[in-house]
Design a protein around this ligand. Sequence first.
Ligand code: SF4
Length: 348
Amino acid sequence: MEIREVIDYLKSYDGPQLKIMEVCGTHTASIFKAGIRSLISDKIRLISGPGCPVCVTPTAFIDKCIEYASMDGYELMTFGDMMKVPGTSDSLSEAKGRGAANIRLMYSPFEAIEKAEENPDKTYVIAAVGFETTAPAYGLMLQEAKRRGITNIRLVTALKTAIPALHWICQNQEDVDGFICPGHVSVITGSSIYEELSEEYGKPFVVTGFEAEHILASLYRIVKQIEECKGQTENLYKNAVKEGGNAKALAVIEDVYEPGPAMWRGLGVIDDSGLSLRDEYAMYDGGSRDLFADMELPEGCSCGDVIVGKVNPDQCPMFGTACTPMKPFGPCMVSSEGACGIWYRNVN
Ligand code: SF4
């Protein structure tokens, strides 16, 4: 089928109003970049989902990281996108400005191995945030630390898995008609993992790539399935996503982590949606299991509704005024994958 025919079909759609969720921020960014909304019917509404790991990381996690960054003998290692995420009173960036000096930006968790061996008297604490996509890298690092007998590394983890969150959306946001599955996560998990969701909720879950034609093709398949009263999993990204996923990465996840409850900022605790360190790696746990105390968003921030697609970012009263990427008020404005940040950069 030619892309022109796909666009004609999506543009001329005149059935019931549809809500289609793209789960990951990279798809959200691609939808803006390619102007997808202008190519489809007004009756197809695209909403963003909870696929930005930074956005759903709880306040208590940031507070714990700040605590480590303020302690003698500890160094907190983090990727740069965590620096501006609001904690209870400070972000890491603000805490650094106030004297919590032990913060190091990292490019790979493996930097901790080298540092830990060079400085045995210091403990390196890694802020581990992400989904199935990043969990294997932290896991490989811990496997290597264990192999080398390194004991001065800790992980504060807010690692999560996507499927339990999609169950949560299907159960709590019943008006979402279909899903563009998270692409990077799917490379690790595989496409067959979505079949349980399709079967249980009777909705289409379509795996696709990040180019405009990939996204349009997925929308076409979702709308077509809905019109034909089907709800199936389809994989349109077969050159990157295998049915069973990446076996090596899944083996690392299985070896290092076990499922546990996780706090999603704005959603609350979702059972079995977190990746906790297994007992064999418990010595590297920097307190991850205790981070359930606080699910609060800053007062006035609508991230909880943005994350589940109830409102678009520009419907938040703070959007573009009290909350901008230069001075973020809520977590969805901070990350390059956060819906508010993506909307701000593309709408303004
Ligand atoms: Fe929260 Fe800012 Fe987004 Fe509003 S614009 S929902 S305050 S992150």
